[in-house]
Write a protein that binds this ligand. Structure first.
Ligand code: SAH
Length: 457
C-alpha cells in the first residue's frame, strides 16, 4: 500500500483550491459536500465558482495563492491546469508542510482523492493508487446501486439511539439489536425506525415484523426497481403471485421462505383470506414479509384487502411500486400512453371483475382517440368488442394485444377493433396479455393501412 486511507477532519478548517477552471470546479463539487472553509485562489474564475462565492459557500480570492496564504491550511489542491503553476503551488505547500494534491498528477501529489460513495455520515472511499480509476468508478456504481439513498438518515437516527441502547441492553442483545436495525436500513426500509425495535429487544419480544407490498414489474428482473431488489435481498418470507416468474424469485435470499399464493390464471387459486392470514401470521412472528405482486401492486392486485388485514393486526407496512403491464406494453409498442391531441386521458380497466364480465363507461371508451389498457381481457374480448361497437366505436380503431409484455416470449398481436376477438382467438395466447385499445405498434401505425396480422417480436 503506497497510500494509507484516513478520514481527515476538515469541518471548520481551511481548504484551498488554486485555479478557477473546470478542474477546480470538479474538485469544488466534492469539497462543497464537506463543512470545510473553502478558499479559491484564481485571477479568473468560472461563473459557477463566482456564484458559489456569492452564495457564501466559499471565499474567492482574485489572485494567485502566495506563501502567506499557506499557514493554517488543512489541504491544498493545485488545479490550475498548468504544470508550472501547479508545481509552484505544490512547492509552496511542501515548504509550509500542508498536504497537497495536484489534479491529474498522482506521482507529484502528497495525497490523492478517492472515488466517494456519499451517504453521509456513511462515506465509502475507493482508491486504486491510480492503477484503474475506471475500476474505481465501476465499484462506486455497484455500491451506489446496492446502498439505499436513505441509509445515511437511518444511520443518523441510529446514532441518536446509541446512548439508550448502550444503557439498556447487555452486550449480546445490543449486537442483535444493531444487527436488526442495520439489516432493515440496508433493505431500504427506514420505517418503522429503530425505536420500536429497541422496545421489542427490551421486552425480549420478537422484533415486530413488517410487510412490504412490492411490485415485481412485468417479469424481467431488469425491470425491478432497486428498492424491490433490496427488499428481496432482505426478505424472510416472500409470498408471490403465480405471475411472478422464477428469475425474479431467484433474487430472494437463499434462506427465505418462498410461498406461491396463486391468484391469477384460470387454475386453482388461493382464497384471499388464506393469503391475508399467511401474511399476518408470518409478520407477527417477526418476519420481514415481502408480498410480491406482478406489475404494480396497486393495479388490480387486491392490495387494499391485504393492507386492511395488516392494519387490523397492527402491523407496519409499505408499498414499493412497480412497472405495471400497461407501461411495459406501451414501451414495447413504441407508443406513449397519452398524447397531445389524441388522448388526454388513459383508462386502466379490467375485463373481469368479481361479478364476471366487467361493465364500463363504454360511450367514453368508444370515442375516437380513446386509449385504454384492458387487463384480464382475453376471455372478455368478444364482449368488449361488442359493447364498444354498440356504442359507436369505429371498427377500424387500432388495438394491440401484448402477451408477456416486458418479459421473455413477448408477442404483439396488432389488429383492429372489428377483428379483435377473432384475431385473439386465432393467436391462442397462453401467457398474460394486456389489450391496448387505441394503440397500434408504432411501426404498424406508420403504414397507411395496417394489416390485420400478427407481428411477432
Ligand atoms: N398488478 C399487475 C396486474 C395484475 S392483474 C400489473 O400492474 O401489471 C393480472 C393481469 O395483468 C393479467 O391478466 C394481464 O392482463 C396483465 N399482465 C400482468 N403482467 C403482464 C405482462 N407481463 N404482460 C401482459 N400482461 C400482463
Amino acid at each position: 500500500m503506497k497510500y494509507f486511507p484516513i478520514f481527515l477532519r476538515v469541518a471548520g478548517l481551511r481548504v484551498a483550491v488554486s485555479g478557477g477552471g473546470a478542474a477546480a470546479v470538479a474538485k469544488l463539487r466534492l469539497l462543497l459536500k464537506t463543512e470545510a472553509r473553502i478558499e479559491v485562489y484564481a485571477e479568473t474564475a468560472d461563473p459557477l465558482i463566482a456564484s458559489w462565492a456569492a452564495e457564501g459557500r466559499l471565499r474567492l480570492v482574485p489572485r494567485a495563492i502566495g506563501a502567506a496564504d499557506l499557514p493554517g491550511l488543512r489541504l491544498v489542491y493545485a488545479a490550475n491546469e498548468d504544470a508550472a503553476e501547479d508545481g509552484r503551488v505544490a512547492a509552496l505547500a511542501a515548504e509550509a508542510g500542508v498536504p497537497f494534491n495536484i489534479v491529474d498528477n498522482l506521482e507529484a501529489s502528497a495525497f490523492l482523492t478517492p472515488a466517494l460513495v456519499d451517504r453521509d455520515p456513511l462515506v465509502i472511499a475507493i482508491g486504486t493508487e491510480g492503477a484503474g480509476p475506471v475500476l474505481a468508478r465501476k465499484i462506486k456504481a455497484l455500491l451506489e446501486e446496492r446502498l439505499p439513498a436513505g441509509i445515511g438518515d437511518a444511520l443518523r437516527a441510529a446514532k441518536a439511539l446509541r446512548p439508550a441502547a448502550e444503557a439498556l441492553l447487555p452486550g449480546r442483545a445490543r449486537r442483535a439489536f444493531w444487527s436488526a436495525v442495520f439489516d432493515r436500513a440496508l433493505a431500504g426500509d427506514a420505517a418503522p425506525g429503530a425505536a420500536p425495535l429497541l422496545d421489542a429487544h427490551l421486552d425480549r419480544a420478537p422484533a415486530p415484523g413488517r410487510v412490504l407490498f412490492v411490485g415485481a414489474g412485468p417479469g424481467d428482473p431488469d425491470e425491478l426497481t432497486l428498492r424491490a431488489r433490496r427488499a428481496l435481498d432482505a426478505a424472510d418470507v416472500v409470498i408471490h403471485d403465480r405471475l411472478v416468474p422464477q428469475p425474479i424469485l431467484e433474487l430472494a435470499r437463499r434462506e427465505a421462505e418462498i410461498v406461491e399464493a396463486g391468484k391469477t390464471g384460470f387454475g386453482p387459486s388461493t382464497p384471499q383470506d388464506a393469503i391475508n392470514r399467511l401474511i399476518v401470521e408470518r409478520a407477527r412472528a417477526g418476519a420481514l414479509v415481502v408480498r410480491l405482486k406482478a406489475g404494480d401492486p396497486g393495479v388490480f392486485g387486491r392490495l387494499d384487502e391485504e393492507i386492511a388485514a395488516c392494519e387490523a393486526a397492527g402491523l407496519d407496512w409499505s408499498i414499493l411500486p412497480g412497472i405495471t403491464a400497461a407501461s411495459a406494453a406501451a414501451a414495447s409498442l413504441g407508443q406513449s400512453l397519452t398524447r397531445r391531441g389524441r388522448n388526454s386521458e388513459l383508462r386502466v380497466i379490467t375485463g373481469q371483475d368479481v361479478e364476471g364480465l366487467a361493465d364500463h363507461d363504454w360511450a367514453a371508451l368508444a370515442r375516437p382517440g380513446a386509449v385504454a389498457a384492458i387487463y384480464m381481457g382475453k376471455r372478455a374480448a368478444r364482449f368488449i368488442q361488442g359493447r364498444l361497437m354498440m356504442h359507436g366505436a369505429d371498427p377500424a380503431t387500432p388495438v394491440s394485444v401484448v402477451e408477456n409484455a416486458g418479459r421473455p416470449g413477448e408477442r404483439i398481436v396488432a389488429t383492429r377493433l372489428g377483428a379483435m376477438a377473432a384475431d385473439l382467438a386465432a393467436a391462442d395466447l397462453r401467457g398474460p396479455a394486456v389489450i391496448m385499445l387505441g394503440l397500434a405498434p408504432r411501426a404498424v401505425a406508420a403504414l397507411a393501412s395496417a394489416p390485420l396480422s400478427e407481428a411477432a417480436r
